[in-house]
Design a protein around this ligand. Structure first.
Ligand SMILES: [Zn+2]
Length: 271
């Protein structure tokens, strides 16, 4: 059906989540000929204690669109409010419609462990939306025809590389983003309203510098390569998503990818 279509879908909970942990890899895939798609599931309506909610939503939407425009990515508007991203029927059907429209073969999505629930629930929604893409009797909102392409899911690092219990998360797949760090900074820099907000709420006095340090830490977690900046991923198991196991990120990006994962192929017939 659409197996030849080269499309990558990067999805985060909030505007700037993709920019923090996935944008470098997204840029590299775009450079390799993949059509990039970006989405933040939440409108980020709570991102200010001063501005009216509708004003915050408008600002955050514009910033996200500006960031996507940096790499000519297709931007998909949010479908939920902050702290309202639940793993539930309506959002799942809406996310499935988006996945069926995009027909991605590679999906970059949040970690299943992170410091806040919007992130982890986004990951869960996207996983099942991809899982249900081919199920004819599963009706999306709005209705969209099922799609049959193989899709490979890569979970990005949690925010600042730690889960909610302070554990350092060491990825199994590293991507050298040094060559596209300036573009990643440019994209994150589009989220100007976050400068003040992250300072007030998280003591992050310079969110651009914070992202740079986080990307440098990921590079240091991979002593096998002396890269300056990296993004890290853990790949979702392929069952239900692709006919065969595979690692298209490594195939496409070549020596920009270092994979430490041991062979984890399970015996046939496991349930
Ligand atoms: Zn977030």
């Amino acid at each position: 059906m659409s197996a030849e279509k080269k499309t990558v879908f990067a999805v985060g909970a909030h505007p700037d989540d993709v920019e923090f942990n996935m944008a470098g890899t997204l840029v590299l895939l775009a450079q390799a000929g993949y059509e990039p798609h970006m989405m933040n599931v939440s409108r980020s309506n709570l991102d200010s204690n001063e501005l009216p909610e509708e004003e915050v939503v408008r600002i955050r939407r514009r910033e996200a669109e500006n960031s996507a425009a940096v790499i000519q990515a297709v931007y998909h508007p949010p479908i939920a409010d902050d702290l309202m991203i639940f793993y539930e029927n309506s959002l799942l059907r809406r996310m499935t419609a988006i996945v069926r429209e995009i027909q991605p073969t590679i999906v970059l999505l949040p970690s299943l462990t992170d410091y806040m629930e919007d992130h982890t629930n986004t990951a869960r929604l996207v996983i099942t939306a991809c899982f249900s893409r081919a199920m004819k009797h599963y009706t999306s909102i709005p209705p969209r025809d099922p799609t049959a392409q193989d899709v490979y899911l890569y979970h990005a690092q949690p925010h600042t590389n730690r889960d909610g219990m302070r554990n350092l998360i060491v990825p199994e797949l590293f991507v050298d983003i040094s060559s596209v760090m300036e573009t990643k900074l440019q994209m994150l820099g589009c989220h100007e309203s976050q400068r003040q907000w992250l300072d007030e709420t998280q003591g992050m006095d310079n969110y651009l510098e914070s992202m740079r340090q986080s990307s440098a830490e990921v590079a240091r977690l991979n002593p096998a390569c002396s890269w300056r900046y990296a993004e890290g991923f853990r790949q979702h198991r392929h069952v239900g998503f692709s006919a065969e196991d595979g690692n298209p990120l490594a195939d496409i990006l070549g020596d920009k990818v270092h994979c430490t994962r041991a062979d984890d192929s399970a015996p046939r017939g496991d349930a």
